[in-house]
Write a protein that binds this ligand. Structure first.
Ligand SMILES: N[C@@H](CCC(=O)N[C@@H](CS)C(=O)NCC(=O)O)C(=O)O
Length: 343
């Protein structure tokens, strides 16, 4: 009797494995799909000034949106061929795994457990560090002053673990209040439901644009984590991942090579620099190796400019966010941004 039960269980387990093991979503090649469908479907942050927000003409714009345009320009020859779907932190990775998005161009941090969980980070697009915002009248000047405070953040964000680890390590008490997403956590902070709100410093600068009284808040000086943030594709889509990675690399390389949106035609026609010639397919066939046309990088830079131009246009010193390049400067200007050799 006992033996029979065991045998039955083994049969059930085998069937379960065969059934579910083979019926998980098998995604077709995303690069081919994008080309035949004729647009790139990007999952983006719902409302984050500078990165992904709707302007007064009703158009969604920002740093993240420009990467989506660059991909469409490089893959389809037309930067306008994009579809943008705002997605929440909790839905982003499942949507990508299920194949309902081609790519997440969002503010999601690259971590081991996420990367090993059915999605793949393409590369880092911006380096950020976790920061804390408080009301000025709280008298809080540094993190140690937050002993015993209530802190708002998003459930499932990297901030949840970082904050717990940091306060434990420094023997400080706090109560973490988590919300279903970062926008809700920020609203809760504005409504004074917590003493402090925490997310990446760049994300905080962006969210602070929504404060009714920005002069009454300060961002504390400490940064308690390194947040490498970048676009994400479904696991196993290496052709698509390669294409996107090199499109982003090309935007970074263009900055280093002095290629801008304004001089891209001149550089393509007249540059003697062998690296510029390879980048633009004047020599070699690098675009074809990626499954793209040889105009891939030219089209992307023509559409949105180089990495530095994109940064400056949306979040740089002359924008409301006023961000310095910091770690996001090129490697030869004191930052961490570099493209591997395009050859
Ligand atoms: N970088 C953090 C935070 C990501 C995040 O919360 N991003 C914000 C923008 S800074 C957002 O719009 N999230 C959407 C949501 O919370 O639903 C992470 O990857 O966990």
């Amino acid at each position: 009797m006992k033996k029979d039960l065991k045998a039955n269980m083994i049969v059930v387990l085998c069937f379960t494995f065969i059934f579910f093991g083979f019926t998980g979503p098998v995604l077709a090649d995303v690069l081919d799909n994008v080309k035949s469908r004729g647009y790139v479907h990007c999952g983006v942050a719902p409302g984050l000034p500078g990165f992904s927000s709707v302007n007064n003409k009703g158009v969604r714009v920002g740093f993240d949106i420009d990467l989506c345009h660059a991909i469409a320009a490089a893959v389809l020859g037309d930067p306008k061929k994009i579809k943008l779907t705002p997605v929440r932190l909790r839905d982003g990775f499942p949507s990508l795994r299920a194949g309902s998005l081609d790519i997440l161009v969002h503010r999601f941090t690259w971590t081991l457990s996420r990367d090993a969980g059915g999605v793949d980070w393409v590369r880092t697009m911006t380096y950020d560090g976790q920061a804390f915002i408080v009301r000025k009248d709280s008298g809080v000047k540094k993190l140690a002053d937050l002993d015993g405070a209530t802190i708002c953040t998003a459930q499932g964000s990297t901030m949840e673990i970082n904050t717990t680890d940091y306060f434990r390590k420094h023997n400080l008490k706090m109560e973490l209040i988590t919300y279903k997403g970062m926008p809700e956590a920020f609203e809760a902070y504005i409504a004074k439901r917590c003493d402090c709100m925490t997310t990446g410093a760049i994300g905080l600068a962006a969210n602070s644009q929504k404060l009714p009284d920005p002069e009454n808040h300060i961002i504390l000086p400490e940064r308690i984590s390194m947040e490498p943030i970048g676009p994400v594709v479904a696991h196993g889509q290496s052709r698509w991942g390669d294409a996107v990675r090199w499109i982003l690399n090309a935007l970074i390389a263009a900055e280093e090579l002095g290629v801008t949106q304004a001089n891209v035609d001149e550089k393509k026609k007249g540059s003697d620099n062998p690296e510029v010639k390879r980048l633009f397919g004047v020599t070699g066939d690098l675009g074809q190796r990626l499954g793209l046309s040889n105009d891939w990088a030219y089209n992307a830079i023509k559409a949105v400019g180089n990495y530095g131009e994109i940064f400056d246009r949306h979040v740089g010193p002359n924008t409301p966010l006023k961000l310095d390049r910091g770690l996001n400067a090129l490697w030869n200007k004191g930052g961490l941004m570099l493209s591997p050799p395009i050859r």
